[in-house]
Design a protein around this ligand. Sequence first.
Ligand SMILES: NC(=O)c1ccc[n+]([C@@H]2O[C@H](COP(=O)([O-])OP(=O)(O)OC[C@H]3O[C@@H](n4cnc5c(N)ncnc54)[C@H](O)[C@@H]3O)[C@@H](O)[C@H]2O)c1
Length: 328
Amino acid sequence: MKILITGGAGFVGSHLADKLIGQGHEITVIDDLSTGRYQNVEHLEGHENFRLIIDTVLNDKLMEELIRETDRVFHMASAVGVRLIMERPVKTIETIFRGTDVVLGFCSRYRKRVLVPSTSEVYGKGASVPFREEDDLLTGSTDKHRWAYACAKTLDEFLALAHWKETRLPVVVVRLFNTVGPRQTGQYGMVVPNFVKSAIKGEPLTVHGDGNQSRCFGHVLDIIEGLTAVIENPDCFGQVINLGNAEEVSIRSLAEKAIAMTGSDSEIRYIPYEEAYGEGFEDMQRRVPSLDKAKRLVGYQPTRTLEDIINDVADQFHREIKAEAAMA
Ligand SMILES: NC(=O)c1ccc[n+]([C@@H]2O[C@H](COP(=O)([O-])OP(=O)(O)OC[C@H]3O[C@@H](n4cnc5c(N)ncnc54)[C@H](O)[C@@H]3O)[C@@H](O)[C@H]2O)c1
């Protein structure tokens, strides 16, 4: 099959490209390399079934061409990461909403299967865990930019479901909970790579707030199993489906685990949210997915643990540090 992955030089998209190439599919990646990295797909360049196009999903003409000739679209391109969202709110909204509008519009015109990733952020300040797909969504006021990401993704969801409702576009929406693993950079405030990298370097690990807030982390390889399963199952069309891992850990214990597992003697520093993100930042205490729907529809069952994640991320950084040392 011909498969288009927008944002395919990013963290999740590049793992998806690896898996699909391995299955013999022809992969086209379009990525503007804003948060993605060429190195994530460098190993695929030269493969007869791989093509990389460095451009934006906002380029209508190109997107029409690419979508017309493909069989499936994984629309992974997005502005991503809390820090980026706080610093570039206009770009965040434009990239997310306009990008998805372009993709869905052409998928609808040419009747192509498409997967649109949303995020656990849409559950906002919802307090009844685990979060289920049919729950009410509760975000903050519009002067708090952190919610722009959640709201833009919510609008993406509405648009995807509207296409399904009006013309039965074969579209599936997945709400990804924190997804981590090799290739994710800490550059945009991603907590796991930041902690592991700091621990390996013997630098302090910075925890925002008191560290009692908890999260669930899914290994990227489990997540892409879910992504490839849902797009192939027509029962998933017109559905919103959580994907992640329900194992919960506080940010404080995550920091402790990263230190212990890397044999580090780093200390943990606690800083107020305002210091990290500016005045008016809001965070959630807990964010746990209900995975019942994914399990029921496609038998989704994550198999990798938090320890696997920390080990895999630490391996990546050890390799990078070694490579940097060899270059010096
Ligand atoms: N990683 C997570 O924990 C997580 C959680 C929830 C949702 N998601 C969603 O999953 C998807 C992939 O996220 P990721 O973690 O791989 O992030 P990422 O930043 O690594 O990937 C996004 C990719 O999109 C590219 N991109 C951004 N704007 C573009 C544009 N206009 N045109 C073309 N390419 C563009 C970036 O360069 C990057 O390669 C996103 O939709 C994100 O919102 C991820």
